[in-house]
Write a protein that binds this ligand. Structure first.
Ligand code: DMJ
Length: 856
């Protein structure tokens, strides 16, 4: 029997190997992809279920509002009653800024019905608004709130009714919503008319205008978030007053920006003085940025884009921190840190970054909020990133985080964002749903509830949630100049309402729009089975560590558990022509031109006839296509302008010039909460022009700071020398030269010196030539930015505390490593055979070389 069986087995094996090999492989791949898909992807069935749930959530809130509250403004979700303005307490601005007895919730969610494709619901809501809503109310409301929630909603619904493309026409409709909007707009105008700067008063009484003794203070977002609704109202009614007023307000703010292109938070509308000087992407300023970019998308007018690009660049430069995950509150004058929290409102910013085409930054900043949500199953109003805990614990069911998630999903189609949506949806259902609707969360730690259901829950939160899962929704593929307003109202403007573009507009931003997405889809081979790329990013865990979220939700990529600290090209580079030889001075070109002005300003930018002694500031472009010159000495180069160089010496100088060497200062520290997961930080440091260059890795050493000699300018005494010997010393910039600091440190036996700059950009510590000849510099000297210095001194202080408390006995150790990318400058030619200066391998886009002055 056996001999007979053997061949048959063999035959069976041959049969399998020849015919079924491909079949088996197919099944293995299929099963693996199913398994991985379960982890990283989302089935159609699941996203359909979530879509229906999102819809159900909206109707649960809306129907209960209609049943228990309408025609009042809002529903009290715990008591199942309605509420309007607080007549008993006129100073109750939390209520009265928003509720003015005009059925706010109904008005605010008109176009949400369009998103749900609910024609009947839409028509009924429109008819109710026409029948019940009047803005002729003796109520003082906030111009911003009424504008975004009511005016925007009315205009959006009117546009849908009157544009036959959508099929939302209503029989007998006679522009009633537009008339209501016009009436409301006129009631808001007094806020502008009484202001000397054109920046509107924050509040206005809908019946009687701006009350006497009304406060002069308003915030940037309140005054800078009007142009969309006011612009559209003007164009639809032919009444130009609204657009003119909103534009004046916007420029009133913009023209008061600082030299850093930053705006503050609160301003006096009569004097134009800034009252609160914190600049951020969050509360008080958030939608100002949003409306610059969206005004450009909607109206197509490039001045808004230019303003946005300038403002956004400064946000990246000063508000965004080193890691690229955190956008903080910084002083508008000097970029210094003003507080240690991020707020829930700023979670919209990644969505705006998507619209700006900056996906890379959008993904990073969104990861931070994702981890905050994971930690609390909600988004606390303020989160302290220093203490890694909640600073303000309320969560009024705001939309911002889900809004960004939606935009990121549309841009990447990464199922990670669907899972984020599912997490948000489940948490809202579990923690906020009550019998009569949804209640705001009073405390994200205890999940206690508040008697409030804000109208934006219906007009924004549920709308974005639904659109996220309804991947085929028409709105998602509208290829038009349409936008979601800051209250998520859908606004589009047919061609006939758009203005003709002016030809005088500076050329650059027209030609090189930063609107194409720079996101590169992952190559399929790299992610064969993984449908989510976000969860596979090597720095994904970093955001988790930033918020101190213990539970690991993303796959562990490094077995040692060490997060990768993100690195990127510098946002700003300074190049100095201090060392430029004036070899050209005898050239014919310059004969008789010694008196010629070195820099000439003209409408399209600046011209430099001679470069020697000039300093250039180069800023990374928003579209990531290299750098732009943003300053030449103290002259600014604005977006769209060029910097023309007429000095032939630039060619030699640029080719020879190797910009200064940078290194990495790796700081190893003890972290009480999470020692294993995150125990070093890398800071990019500039290496001094004198002393040894850094190659490879220098030995790890203890970092010391001498409290009696913070600047390191005087000879160290015996005690201090003992502390310094064999270690690396950390000193502050200032009080004496870099050379003095190095020599003193060297004398005391230091093995290296780290200088804490007072500036937030890197530059190279240099020495006067004579001293260079006299002294021998034996130890490496590196300089770190002000911000990194703040962080490092905090780490040193904390460690000292841990040592005293007996929690840790080890000093802070540092290692200086060479930076793998040597920054270099070069000259290349572009496709039109024009010369381009490059730095770090990137072109400087707005430099024009005009080196042939004699016309030969
Ligand atoms: C909404 O009214 C708008 O999104 C506004 O821009 C900010 N505040 C709320 C939601 O949080």
């Amino acid at each position: 029997m056996q001999p007979l069986n053997r061949p048959s087995h063999k035959r069976a094996f041959h049969y399998i190997s020849l015919y079924n090999f491909a079949y088996i492989i197919f099944w293995i791949i299929f099963m693996l992809s199913v398994v991985v898909n379960k982890v990283n992807g989302m089935s159609e069935q699941r996203s359909n279920d979530l879509k229906s749930q999102a819809k159900d959530m909206f109707y649960h809130a809306f129907n209960n509002y209609m049943k228990y509250a309408f025609p009042d403004d809002e529903l009290n979700p715990l008591q199942c009653t309605g509420r309007g303005s607080d007549k008993n307490d006129p100073h109750n601005t939390i209520i009265n800024d928003v509720l003015g007895d005009y059925s706010l919730t109904l008005v605010d969610c008109l176009d949400t019905f369009v998103v749900f494709n609910d024609r009947k619901g839409f028509e009924k809501a429109v008819r109710d608004v026409i029948k019940y809503v009047s803005f002729d109310q003796d109520n003082k409301v906030q111009v911003f709130e009424v504008n975004i929630r009511a005016l925007g909603a009315l205009l959006s619904a009117h546009l849908f009714i009157t544009d036959p493309r959508f099929g939302y026409s209503i029989k007998g409709y006679n522009n009633e919503l537009l008339k209501l909007a016009h009436d409301l707009g006129k009631r808001l105008l007094p806020a502008f008319q009484k202001s000397k700067t054109g920046i509107p008063y924050a509040r206005v009484n809908l019946k009687y205008g701006v009350p006497i003794n009304e406060t002069h203070e308003t915030c940037t977002a309140a005054a800078g978030t009007l142009i969309i609704e006011f612009g559209v109202l003007s164009r639809l009614t032919n009444d130009t007053r609204f657009e003119d007023a909103a534009k004046k307000a916007l420029f009133g703010l913009w023209n008061r920006r600082t030299d850093l292109n930053l705006l503050g938070n609160v301003i006096n509308v009569q004097t134009g003085q800034w009252i609160h000087t914190a600049s951020s992407t969050g509360a008080g300023i958030d939608s100002f940025y949003e409306y610059l970019l969206k005004a450009y998308v909607l109206f197509g007018e490039t001045e808004y884009l230019d303003m946005f690009n300038e403002a956004y660049n400064s946000v990246l430069r000063y508000v965004k921190d080193e890691t690229g995950y955190l956008y903080r509150n910084v002083n508008m004058m000097n970029g210094g840190l003003m507080s240690n929290w991020v707020d829930s409102l700023s979670a919209y910013f990644p969505g705006l970054q998507v619209l700006a085409g900056d996906l890379d930054n959008a993904i990073k900043s969104h990861l931070l909020y994702y981890n905050i949500w994971k930690k609390y199953n909600a988004m606390p109003e303020r989160f302290n990133f220093h203490l890694r805990n909640v600073e303000l614990a309320t969560y009024p069911l705001r939309p911002e985080f889900i809004e960004s998630t939606y935009f990121l999903y549309r841009a990447t189609r990464d199922p990670f964002y669907l899972q984020v949506g599912e997490m948000v949806l489940k948490d809202l259902e579990y923690y906020a749903r009550v019998n009569c609707g949804f209640a705001s969360i009073k405390d994200v730690l205890t999940k206690s509830l508040d008697e409030r259901m804000e109208s934006f829950l219906l007009s924004e939160t549920f709308k974005y949630l639904y659109l996220l899962f309804d991947t085929e929704n028409k709105i998602n593929s509208m290829d038009d100049n349409f936008i979601f307003t800051t209250e998520a109202h859908l606004i589009f403007l047919p061609q006939k309402y758009l203005k003709k573009h002016s030809k005088i507009r500076p050329s650059m931003s027209g030609a090189e729009r930063s609107f194409c997405s720079i996101y590169e889809k992952p190559s399929p081979s790299k992610h064969l089975f993984t449908t989510s790329v976000i969860t596979s990013r090597s720095d994904a865990d970093f955001a988790r560590e930033l918020v101190g979220f213990e539970e690991r939700t993303l796959p562990l990529l490094d077995p040692k558990g060490i997060c990768e600290v993100p690195k990127s090209d510098p946002q700003v580079i300074e190049v100095s022509f201090g060392g430029l030889q004036e070899s050209h001075e005898d050239d014919l070109i310059y004969q008789g031109q010694e008196q010629q002005q070195q820099i000439i300003k003209y409408v399209d930018g600046l011209i430099a006839n001679r470069l020697k002694g000039l300093k250039l500031e180069l800023t990374k472009r928003v579209d990531k296509k290299g750098y732009d010159v943003t300053k030449v000495d103290n002259y600014r180069v604005f977006p769209g302008q060029t910097f023309e160089i007429r000095d032939p010496a630039v060619k030699d100088f640029w080719v020879k010039q190797q910009t200064y060497q940078t290194s990495v200062l790796r700081v190893y520290f003890y972290n009480e909460n999470n020692y294993n997961a995150y125990n070093y930080a890398d800071y990019i440091a500039a290496v001094a022009s004198f002393g040894p260059k850094i190659t490879g890795e220098l030995p790890i050493r203890t970092l010391v700071s001498v409290s009696s000699s913070l600047y390191g300018c005087v000879d160290y005494n015996i005690e201090e020398t003992k502390l310094i010997e064999g270690n690396i010393i950390f000193v502050k910039r200032g009080n004496c030269t870099f050379v003095d600091k190095v020599l003193k440190a060297q004398q005391a036996g230091a093995k290296g010196i780290v200088i804490w700059s007072n500036e937030n950009y890197l530059f190279q510590p240099a020495s006067a030539a004579e001293k260079n000849d006299i002294w021998k510099f034996e130890i490496p000297c590196v300089l770190i930015t002000y911000e990194n210095g703040v962080e490092l001194s905090r780490i040193l202080e904390e460690n000292e505390k841990y040592i005293q408390e007996g929690k840790n006995s080890s000093n802070i150790k540092v290692k200086i490593l060479s930076h793998e990318r040597e920054p270099t400058t070069n000259i290349k030619t572009n496709e039109n055979n024009e010369l381009l200066l490059t730095i770090y391998g990137h072109a400087i886009r707005n430099i024009r070389l005009n080196l042939n002055l004699n016309g030969n």
